[in-house]
Design a protein around this ligand. Structure first.
Ligand code: SF4
Length: 348
């Protein structure tokens, strides 16, 4: 299901409260175009239709960065500026930092008490990530249990929807199972959230590999225009087109997914024809892409300049978001404690 369909099917009649959704990002570095087109663009659209909670998942970042967690907090202001520059509106979305809401840890602990270990061991992304990050020792309790922390993040705000790519659907399914188990064991207080499947474009880095800061092949949202343009010029295109005189194939071209995201349809049709007829060379074609990308990124860069010049504003936005999130978290935890009979206020 694509995003437009999700919005169409879930929108409510005016007057009814907006459904809640939650999503987060790990602060492990500057955000790049893969993050922007894969998640942030959708977040910005979703805030028009849902009550959105977006959080900086700094505790999740420790699951893989536990040997050097000191760098994590340094990435948080930069990430919030990336979000605001991309168009997240703090009037419409609650932006907060996970570790500023200690209730997440408490709910995680309670969920951990009744989540069967085989559920976690079955998690397909657990095995994939262990292989992908083979250079790190991830045989830890925290790494195995991160879907339980995700469940706590989602259910804390009683989110009914979680925007995810198809590979993240099993995590949402586990959250539903945890909600069901809690509701069955104690009291039905949690909704079972749905995965809001979003189309994630397949974008590669400038060298044709997965866009990743560890490969040093990213185009960052914070790159100045001249750096973005240079990186576009360096992009791998159709590897089966060694010479300008050879016909190319946009479907093989690793830069073309970026064309699709940045150029109007009519222009794309011309480019496809000209590429296949060898009437357009890759140097000129990437020049067109760079121009379109810079034009589309101009409003983001203008907002970035504003927020970089006003760090107090960014701090205030985050302070207010943390406050709003904490109010909701306190409310949920009061219900949870009462449901499990741990309401100490009444006992002492
Ligand atoms: S002309 Fe454009 S679409 Fe064709 S291979 Fe080169 S960069 Fe890709």
């Amino acid at each position: 299901m694509v995003l437009a369909e999700i919005i169409g099917s879930k929108q409510q009649s005016s007057g009814s409260p907006k459904r809640r959704i939650l999503s987060g990002m790990r602060p492990t570095g500057r955000l790049h175009l893969g993050n922007y087109y894969g998640a942030l663009c959708n977040w910005v659209k979703l805030q028009e239709h849902y009550r959105c909670y977006y959080f900086v998942a700094d505790w999740h970042a420790i699951t893989t960065e536990y040997e050097a967690p000191q760098a994590i907090s340094g990435f948080i202001p930069e990430m919030i500026i990336d979000w605001l520059s991309a168009g997240l509106n703090p009037e419409k979305s609650t932006l907060f930092v996970q570790s500023a809401i200690p209730e997440h840890a408490e709910l995680y602990l309670i969920f951990g008490m009744f989540t069967p270990v085989p559920w976690l061991e079955r998690n397909p992304t657990f095995k994939d990530q262990i292989q992908e990050l083979a250079h790190k020792d991830l045989a830890t309790y925290g790494f195995l249990g991160y879907p339980v922390l995700q469940a706590a993040d989602i259910l804390m705000y009683k989110a009914e929807g979680v925007p995810v790519g198809v590979d993240q659907v099993p995590h949402v399914e586990m959250t539903r199972e945890i909600a069901r188990r809690f509701n069955h064991l104690y009291r039905p207080i949690f909704p079972e959230p749905e995965a809001l499947l979003t189309e994630i474009p397949k974008l590669t880095g400038t060298d044709g590999r997965k866009m990743s800061k560890s490969y040093d092949n990213c185009i960052y949202l914070s790159d100045p225009p001249e750096v973005m343009a240079r990186k576009v010029r360096q992009m791998t295109t159709d590897t089966q087109r060694p010479f300008r005189r050879d016909p190319g194939e946009p479907d093989r071209c690793l830069a073309f997914p970026f064309h699709r995201l940045n150029l109007p349809k009519e222009r794309l049709t011309e480019i496809i024809q000209d590429c296949r007829a060898a009437a357009l060379g890759c140097v000129d074609c990437k020049k067109l892409l760079a121009e379109a990308l810079l034009e589309n990124m101009a409003p983001l860069q203008e907002r970035r300049r504003h927020f970089e010049a006003h760090p107090d504003e960014v701090r205030d936005i985050l302070r207010e978001g943390n406050k709003r999130a904490r109010e909701q978290a306190k409310q949920t935890m009061a219900e949870v404690r009462e449901a499990i009979g741990f309401n100490l206020e009444f006992q002492f």
